[in-house]
Design a protein. Structure first.
Length: 315
């Protein structure tokens, strides 16, 4: 795909990095929340794919990419997809906020090859004002990771980015399906993966290493894991960490910060966030309740038992 010739209009706007994924251990992709001032912004060609998702109130904008001009009202969730090697120019009539996502060609190529797409289907195409509810859902989840301010396990972000590549390939005209393949993990494979997760909850887990353990591509593994356990792999890992942290807190032998480290959370506030989200209780409340009653009076995560029983393991 050829880049367009330099655009003549001068740059008159400014860009401020509000939050960034830098330092979070995300490999092959990243994201930043950018404050964009009114004016003209020229974006040079880059070696990676870029997606800009509009955040907040509508803004009148004009853009030019691959010798195409487009004027529109950019609404919350609208996305511009700019493949590697293309430059563009945007003029915003008022200040706005953009969730800027970049994905390397190597990450994209690897994901699409694992999906067994033909080479002609594995090429991203420029898309201006893409409106895809599924992609928006993924983008907001990635933004939530940035807003959390925690350098947490990259497994969740990696899963989100893999799903984004699939959606972009789908919108571009080609997508592989998993029709005819195994629909659940084999019992022995499921047990092996779960045992590995249990033994490494205090470590930074990645989608690639779990998929490799199952001898599957990352996209295929994601589908089979969810069908087998009933929850996405990143959610399962977080739930298991919360359950183990709860058990350690009830034992009362470690401090809250030590429990957080022992269960793979970046720090105790990160652990507290997920405990409150999944159990509706803070670490302090768990310890307090256990002291009064000898057991936790709050809810448990029944869906996260150590054995894969959510769905029958067949074939």
């Amino acid at each position: 795909m050829n880049a367009v010739s330099p655009l003549p209009m001068p740059i008159s706007g400014s860009r401020v990095n509000l939050r960034s994924s830098s330092g979070r251990g995300w490999n092959g992709f990243g994201a930043a929340l950018l404050g964009i001032s009114a004016g003209t912004h020229r974006i040079p060609a880059m070696p990676h794919h870029r997606v800009g998702v509009h955040v907040g109130p509508p803004v009148m904008a004009r853009c030019m990419c691959e010798q195409r001009r487009y004027s529109r009202i950019q609404a919350h969730g609208d996305a511009d997809v700019i493949p590697a090697g293309l430059e563009g120019q945007w003029t915003d009539e008022s200040d706005c906020t953009i969730l800027s996502i970049w994905i390397s060609e190597s990450f994209t190529r690897k994901t699409l090859e694992q999906l067994e797409l033909k080479s002609g289907d594995a090429e991203f195409r420029p898309q201006l004002q893409m409106r895809d509810p599924r992609f928006q859902h993924l983008a907001w989840a990635l933004q939530a990771e940035l807003d959390a301010g925690d350098a947490s396990d990259p497994l969740f972000a990696e899963s989100l980015c893999t799903a984004m590549v699939v959606r972009l390939a789908h919108n571009g005209g080609g997508i592989a399906t998993l029709e005819g393949r195994r629909r659940t993990l084999a019992p022995r494979t499921a047990t092996s993966v779960i045992d590995f997760i249990e033994s490494n909850l205090d470590q930074r887990l990645t989608l690639d290493e779990l998929a490799a353990l199952a001898q599957l591509s990352a996209p295929h593994f994601k589908v089979l894991f969810r069908e087998t356990l009933g929850v996405p792999v990143h959610r399962y890992v977080v739930q298991r960490r919360v359950e183990r942290a709860k058990a350690l807190l009830l034992q009362g032998k470690l401090s809250t910060s030590q429990v957080a480290l022992e269960t793979g959370f970046s720090h105790q506030s990160h652990m507290a966030h997920w405990m409150n989200r999944l159990l509706g209780l803070t670490p302090r409340e768990i310890v307090k309740d256990s002291g009064k009653t000898g057991h936790l009076a709050g809810p448990t995560l029944a869906s996260t038992a150590h054995t894969p029983h959510k769905k029958p393991l067949s074939r």
